[in-house]
Design a protein around this ligand. Structure first.
Ligand code: F6P
Length: 324
């Protein structure tokens, strides 16, 4: 391998820049070239590719988003698109690819590898933390801190006005952000896709909390929860059934994806980038680098895509006890 291409794909996540920097500098360290591919697979199809030397990634370790930009490419879902992408990789003499993204990006990478036998390595980058084979994905820790900071502020108003707040957080189909930020921010209840609390139990719990002397409450709602009502419908439902509550809704949205990465995400990104490049240089392909325990390990990409990242049962119990 003489030249590695790197791209970011899918939703951006804090720490992606630190990972790009790590890939570029690890290539330089091993005296091979690195090419930055812009806008994910779309840029690969359109030939939006530039060489990146170690100085090209200065001053980005602390930046959110991705300097390579990102996209969810529809054209890459077609064989013609992938063929064009392959031609471009050949044109630029790229021998292997590092894909920084989530499971959708890895699935695209696998299809590409199946068709052209092109060596690929995945680095998990998504705030959702929903990828099997890594305890943490890039951006998750930063997103948790952003959510906790936002809820701390909401708590001031909740407390001053004796209100109940439903705070909706991201996570697509996974409840990691909701559960961990919910515990960290002292939520009364946490609604996640993995465990449906049910409307009745939610009402019961809110009644109990009022009776126990609590004057304000925060309920963290994961966007993918299975309770069957969106946050605004939940507000109406609770106000109808528990008129003693004054309810407000706050949808945190994309602020959760932005901002300067935490130290944890920067260190993780640096470690994953080194392992990704060095694994490719050792001749490995179709793996994802991830953190397991305190070690950076490889997981076959197929497993990373198919496996499910599980919610920690202990956290569910802790959250229950904390709302006593
Ligand atoms: O996967 C990251 C994520 O932020 C999810 O939490 C959310 O469901 C989705 O992306 C939103 O995607 P978009 O920015 O394309 O609306």
């Amino acid at each position: 391998i003489k030249r590695i291409g790197v791209l970011t794909s899918g939703g951006d996540a804090p720490g992606m820049n630190a990972a790009i920097r790590s890939v570029v500098r690890t290539c330089a360290y091993h005296k091979i070239e690195c090419m930055g591919i812009y806008r994910g697979f779309q840029g690969m199809i359109e030939g939006d590719i530039l060489e990146m030397g170690p100085r090209a990634v200065k001053n980005i370790v602390n930046k959110g988003g991705t300097v390579l930009k990102s996209a969810r490419s529809k054209d890459f879902m077609n064989p013609e698109g992938r063929q064009r992408a392959y031609q471009n990789l050949k044109k630029y003499e790229i021998d292997a690819l590092v894909i920084i993204g989530g499971d959708g990006s890895f699935t695209g990478g696998l299809v590409f590898n199946n068709e052209f036998g092109f060596p690929i390595m995945g680095i998990p980058g998504t705030i959702d933390n929903d990828i099997f084979g890594t305890k943490y994905t890039l951006g998750y820790d930063t997103a948790l801190n952003t959510v906790v900071e936002a809820i701390d502020k909401i708590r001031d108003t909740a407390n001053s006005h004796n209100r109940l707040f439903f705070v909706e957080v991201m996570g697509r189909d996974a409840g990691h952000i909701a559960l961990n930020a919910g515990i960290g921010a002292g939520a009364e209840e946490i609604l996640i896709p993995e465990e449906d609390l049910g409307l009745e139990r939610l009402l019961e719990s809110l009644k109990k909390s009022k009776a126990s002397g609590k004057t304000s409450s925060i309920v963290v709602v994961s966007e993918g929860d299975k309770i069957g009502k969106n946050v605004f419908e939940l507000k109406d439902y609770v106000e109808e059934n528990l008129p003693e509550y004054e309810v407000r809704v706050s949808v945190l949205g994309h602020i959760q994806r932005g901002g300067s990465p935490s130290c944890f995400d920067r260190v993780l990104a640096s470690r994953l980038g080194v392992k990704a490049v060095e694994s490719l240089l050792e001749g490995k392909t179709n793996f994802m680098v991830g953190i397991q325990g305190d070690k950076i390990e490889l997981t076959p990409l197929e497993q990373a895509v198919k496996g499910k990242s599980k919610i920690d049962e202990e956290l569910l119990r802790v959250s229950d006890i904390m709302s006593t």
